[in-house]
Design a protein around this ligand. Sequence first.
Ligand SMILES: Cc1ncc(COP(=O)(O)O)c(C=O)c1O
Length: 381
Amino acid sequence: MGFEERLSRHLAKRREKGLYRELPSYRLYGDNRIINLAGNDYLGLSRHPAIKEACARAARDRGAGNCASRLISGNHPDYQRLEEKLSQWLNREVLVFGSGFLANVGVLSCIAGRHDVFFADKLVHRSIIEGMKLSGARIERFSHNDMDDLKRLLERKRGQADNAFIVTEGLFSMTGSVPPWQEIVHLKKAFDCHLYVDEAHSIGVWGPDGKGLAAAAGCLDEIDIFLGTFGKGWGNYGSFLAATSLLKDYLVNFAPSLIYSTALPPSVLAGIQASWDVITSKEGEKRREKLRENIEYFCEKYKGRSLKRRGNCQIQALMAEDIKTMLKAHAYLKEAGYITAAIRPPTVPPGMAMIRLSLHAEISKKQMSELTEVLNMVDTD
Ligand SMILES: Cc1ncc(COP(=O)(O)O)c(C=O)c1O
């Protein structure tokens, strides 16, 4: 089969199954009637005046780009300042990467090899899956947040590998669920595994000082390899890995997405610093508090019968019976002025279809009340 014919056939198959994707053409900002519930700007920091000003000033003073890998000439002193700050904050060594996707792929692909094994939750993010695959290590998947299933797998498979890693997320990006921290830490210790946690959606947003959900559960010190992103709750772009100084040293030498990729621009590094200043200040606490209020309100007032609500954090999954029903609800919400995410396979496993709502701190009480009213009227029959 020719190249173009193959591409067209794959696309046609996706269309047939209702899984075809297109880049959306919504006008996200500038129209006050539209509320964006599809992004991950949970604290509203992407439009924070001081953060925007820090980005603009850095671009004016230090240029638009760093224009080389960190290992060549792109390692601007701003990196050192930022990593030192984050390192003191989390009490371990920190290495800043490009996007969270780049970090997961780069780190997971080089920390394990064919004699090792990953035990990963069935709902972990695609970047984690790609990184694990590239490593050549064995991959075992356990049912979502099911510690009995994980234990069964560990009993059967742990002994066959040199090093083992349990891989999960601090706040699952699609279902808004949280892992059972104490049990996962117990299994990690009982089976001599390393614990890898992706806190992309909770860093800055939950926990003491915004340190994430593992910190909120008192388990931060039990995480061996901790990933956070700056493109969600921090309103910016980029990510970081927090671990031992040995692992940091190793990654500087072996993580391909760090070594062979252009460093972050000065504006982004300055923006991340400014986001950290807000997140760790009284204002950050206030924004987290407002987000919590919106979540509590939503959980209490949502009474929709067609879509079943899941999640107790800012990510609310409204589960539909099938893709058609979900798309109908999605179109209805769009018509009513709400941008939401229509989630279906392959983003989630086959058989799942849902509307993903991200609540954020900048939704007023009145808007929350209108939103729940509209959602309670969704009728997919
Ligand atoms: C859990 C998780 N990890 C990593 C990523 C990738 O992060 P980034 O968007 O910074 O590439 C995402 C993105 O949605 C995510 O949900």
